[in-house]
Design a protein around this ligand. Structure first.
Ligand code: RIB
Length: 339
């Protein structure tokens, strides 16, 4: 594909020259059209259309003395978990006439850095970020330049940066306790990379719950590394079917559980009678599946709203570190009728 040539952005001066009026007249047409005669207003509007002029949002915000845009960088907007969190952010921001720009880092620190630069160039009031790494030095530098920072779905490693998270250690533990109570003693955990804080914390919860129940985690737990989507669930189950042993599968999120359920059923494995299945997030589809999914519910909408609340407070407000508790929602995928 040929490289995209860089087109200079049409300016308000270009419109004024094209319409044969002053820059001030164009500004009046844009901001105070009642002060412009109909004939002149039509000439300027025609020039705007012919030149495809688009206002410079950040310049307009700065002139108005009020920056009304906030950026959010989540790991993967195609994951319904982040979609629901983003919805909560957007509803809270729009209540105060703010607009939201959203991007996915795909867990890539370079991609996160590019979006941070883009949002900063746009002149956002602040950024809400699901960090791709434990270090947030780069986010502290952004904050030093006057851009608000709130950590999303991640506890803050430094006192001075606000954060909103869910106790994922407790979430992993409650899923494991449930499976142990159903009589399972060997559990497969389809998990993402340990560099992802949510995955590492959920694993810690699984190991703690096994140890608390008197099991050796190294014996009772089979951790299978997967991608954080339905394909990862499918691949993880295929690995499991090649080396049976665990009678329960805990998945690091509901997308992975969706792929796991699909593959178990296609392989003739009954859920939950042959293998119990538990997911994480409790996104909308969890309850709607042919075998409704037991899942660890995260308060997704509220998580987004609280993060936006923290963003909209004044810059001199003390940092807050909100930690929500997850909740286990038990459905048919883990409660066997024959066990
Ligand atoms: O991005 C992986 C997971 O972390 C999501 O599914 C959600 O559970 C988040 O907390």
């Amino acid at each position: 594909m040929p490289p995209r040539t860089h087109h200079r952005r049409t300016s308000i001066s270009d419109v004024a020259r094209h319409a044969g009026v002053s820059v001030g007249t164009v500004s009046n047409v844009l901001n105070r059209p009642d002060r412009v005669s109909p004939g002149t207003r039509e000439r300027v509007e025609a020039a705007i259309a012919e030149l495809s002029f688009v206002r410079n949002g950040s310049a307009r915000q700065l002139r108005a003395g009020r920056i009304t845009t906030v950026g959010a960088i989540v790991l993967d907007i195609s994951n319904p978990f982040f979609t629901d969190v983003t919805r909560g952010i957007e509803e809270r921001l729009t209540a105060d006439d703010y607009t939201l720009m959203v991007a996915s880092s795909d867990r890539d620190p370079e991609r996160e850095a590019r979006y941070l630069r883009l949002f900063e160039e746009h002149g956002v009031r602040g950024v809400m970020v699901v960090p791709t790494a434990d270090s947030i030095e780069h986010l502290l530098a952004v904050r030093e330049r006057g851009i608000g920072v709130v950590l999303l779905d991640h506890p803050s490693p430094v006192e001075s940066v606000s954060s909103v998270a869910v106790d994922d250690v407790d979430g992993g533990a409650m899923a494991t306790r449930h499976l142990l109570e159903q009589g399972h003693s060997r559990i497969a955990f389809l998990n993402g990379a340990h560099s992802i804080r949510q995955c590492a914390d959920r694993l810690e919860g699984v190991r703690q719950a096994l140890a608390d129940a008197g099991h050796d985690p190294d014996e009772a737990l089979v951790e299978i590394p997967v991608s954080l989507d339905a394909d990862g669930g499918e691949a993880g189950v295929r690995t499991l079917l090649d080396a049976p042993g665990p009678t329960a599968v805990f998945c690091v999120n509901d997308l992975v559980a969706l792929g796991a359920l699909r593959t178990l059923r296609r392989s003739g494995v009954s859920v939950p009678d042959d293998v119990a299945l538990v997911g994480y997030d409790d996104v909308t589809f969890a309850a709607e599946l042919a075998t409704p999914l037991t899942s660890v519910r995260q308060p997704r909408h509220e998580l987004g709203r609280r993060a936006a609340d923290l963003m909209l407070r004044g810059g001199d407000a003390p940092a807050e570190h909100v930690v929500f508790q997850p909740e286990l929602v038990v459905r048919e995928s883990s409660t066997s009728t024959t066990r």
